[in-house]
Design a protein. Sequence first.
Length: 252
Amino acid sequence: MNNPFNLINRIAVVTGSARGIGQSIAIELAKAGANVVVSDIISGNTTVSKIKKLKRKSFFIKTDVSKKEDVDNLIKETIKRFKKIDILVNNAGIFHPCPTHTSSEEEWNKTIEINLKGYFLCAQAAGKYMLKRRKGSIINISSVAGLLGYATAASYCASKGGIVLLTKSLAAEWGPQGIRINSICPGIIETAMTKNLLKDKKTRLGMLARIPLKRTGKPIDIAGATVFLASDVSSYITGQEVVIDGGWTASL
Ligand SMILES: NC(=O)c1ccc[n+]([C@@H]2O[C@H](COP(=O)([O-])OP(=O)(O)OC[C@H]3O[C@@H](n4cnc5c(N)ncnc54)[C@H](O)[C@@H]3O)[C@@H](O)[C@H]2O)c1
């Protein structure tokens, strides 16, 4: 019987996939059958090895998503090696919490350039090829911080909120050409990004108290929904946010 989640022969690009949520997404896409281009500013060779062990094709391209020449090269190399791109997962991001009144212009610029402009550049570069084939799925990893405001996270919330509307805008523009674009909004997921935050017992317990499922998330919790949004099972879903937060925002 055909598995509708099947991604065999699909080509996926995942940004920021050297570790954390991006790495888990790259591996789960490969498990579903996709060949995966791993990209990051740090080495993605561990992710590539894990994917190759699954008997899928994979290679790493060093990419700073905030630089247009890097992004263009990432997509150009993907097309050169695989001839097409079916799935783009915009995941590379940074989070530098700081009080707004003492934060710097550099901090604001860096967060917006990587978290928001980077997603736009990658969607634009991949979208050009998807539009020609009238086929493709783009998944943007936003955050619950793209839906709600959090103290000391002004630039991060602004970037993540921007992603939610970038997603809707592209869904409206490219839907008629068969391209779907959706966001995923994770809550608290255990990765390098949240390590320091979760190390503090008081903060951790405070967060758990607000999560109905009484646990923090794992990268795999985000990867499963990404496979769903990449696959044909979700072929009538576009421009939406899938919130994966253990119920945090449902119970506010
Ligand atoms: N961990 C969480 O709780 C959480 C919650 C909501 C949303 N998110 C989002 O999920 C995504 C992945 O985060 P994570 O938790 O796995 O964090 P992480 O820090 O473990 O991974 C982020 C990856 O992005 C890469 N990266 C950073 N800047 C880059 C750039 N300029 N170009 C290319 N790659 C770059 C890093 O090298 C790293 O491999 C981010 O967009 C983050 O905002 C995370």
